[in-house]
Design a protein around this ligand. Structure first.
Ligand code: NAD
Ligand code: ZN
Length: 373
């Protein structure tokens, strides 16, 4: 088992990462959280797979477990669903020192975290992330949210959990497409902060695809440690945390322009990262050799071709609505080297248009996008 600490003063918490740790739940959880009432929130796909082991461990730790299972998918991140969970918490008699646990991907984590942050002005919260994306990204850092019909993640709170329990065995049932989408976020950490992590992934990509246990512990652990360091330095995204948005400026615009129904988040981010690399190359801030290595790795993950009807104008319009814009300017995080990025708000609109155009038209008859030309 690997332990990563998120250092936030009295709100510090541990992330436990390892394989087949179900039997260790009683010891570690009871150490961190006083056993009492507990509301376990999961979704209809994850609960049948791992609910039993989770409940066994929690009951052995001394918790009285109550259940709330929501439909799988982004559609559950709503205030209406949150209200249902408040009802479940009230009916279970949850008090402020009691616990809400999220067992699932980022959807369940964001929803249950938001309910934990707001029910009784905040009850104790723990995360058991079961997608690669949730394990390396959404369960670390304390962002919780639900969606509004006018936009994603618009209603939420910064609220840190008391512990995060990363059971890597859950990845064995994760569909390949979801795993690769999570891999995009893993690669993101390498590009923005760690040349060593990126080189490890590039060298052992096949083992990573095969979910080789020791490699997964190392990679997921490194990602959590890297994100933890960024969150420690900038908990509320006032500065440094923005580097985590590498690939996300154009990625979010692709998602928004396709009504969040075509790409998985990581797939859009991968395309966004490819375009950011190309922008950095065009600006002359990234060496050709490094750009080529990155684009080759992105190709191995598998860039998703855009939907046929997608127009550059629609993506550019979505870019203008990006909530991360500052003073009306779109901010791009671009790599200067592998492991080093910087924010730019002065990109030529024409350069952005060109790179986007090459992505939108660059995929022919099943071929992968080559941005190295
Ligand atoms: N809070 C943050 O900092 C943060 C960061 C990134 C993303 N997010 C949010 O995370 C959400 C996306 O998370 P996600 O990609 O985990 O999606 P998800 O929670 O919808 O999970 C993806 C799918 O995989 C299924 N699944 C989950 N674990 C499984 C397993 N072990 N085996 C088989 N199937 C499994 C789920 O039921 C779901 O159908 C978005 O709502 C996004 O806004 C939040
Ligand atoms: Zn992301």
């Amino acid at each position: 088992m690997r332990l990563v600490e998120v250092a936030l003063g009295e709100r510090s918490y541990p992330i436990y990462i390892g394989q087949n740790m179900w039997h260790e739940i009683p010891q570690y959880w009871a150490e961190r959280v006083k056993p009492g009432k507990l509301l376990l929130v999961s979704d209809e796909t994850v609960f049948p797979l791992y609910g039993g082991q989770m409940i066994d461990g929690l009951q052995q730790a001394g918790f009285a477990v109550h259940l709330a299972v929501v439909p799988a998918g982004e559609g559950s991140k709503t205030l209406a669903r949150a209200e249902q969970l408040y009802g479940a918490a009230i009916e279970a008699g949850l008090e402020r020192r009691d616990l809400i646990v999220a067992l699932g991907g980022g959807v369940v984590g964001d929803l249950a975290g938001f309910v934990a942050a707001t029910y009784l002005r905040g009850v104790t919260f723990a995360q058991v992330p079961t997608t690669l994306l949730a394990q390396v990204d959404s369960s670390v850092g304390g962002k919780t949210a639900v969606n509004h019909s006018l936009g994603k993640n618009l209603i939420g709170a910064f609220y840190q959990p008391k512990l995060v329990w990363v059971e890597l065995d859950t990845l064995l049932t994760l569909p390949r497409r979801e795993y690769l989408a999570g891999a995009a976020e893993v690669i993101k950490y390498g590009v923005i902060l760690s040349e060593a992590l990126l080189k490890l992934l590039a060298a052992r990509w096949q083992d990573f695809l095969a979910k080789e246990p020791e490699l997964l512990t190392a990679v997921v652990g490194d990602c959590c440690a890297l994100k933890a360091a960024v969150v420690t330095a900038d908990e509320r995204e006032e500065g440094l945390r923005a580097i985590l948005n590498f690939g996300h400026t154009l990625g979010h615009a692709l998602e928004a322009a396709t009504s969040y129904s075509y790409y998985l988040h990581g797939e859009a981010v991968l395309a966004g990262m490819a375009m950011a690399v190309k922008l950095a190359l065009g600006k002359g801030i990234l060496q050709r050799e490094e750009a080529a290595m990155l684009l080759e790795l992105f190709d191995r993950v598998g860039l998703v071709p855009p939907p046929e009807a997608l127009l550059a104008a629609d993506v550019l319009a979505a870019l203008k609505h990006d909530k991360k814009r500052e003073a009306g300017r779109t901010v791009f995080i671009l790599p200067e080297a592998i492991g080093k990025v910087r924010a730019f708000d002065d990109l030529e609109p024409e350069a952005v248009r060109q790179v986007l155009g090459s992505y939108l038209s660059g995929v022919s008859a099943g071929g992968l996008l080559r941005l190295t030309d």
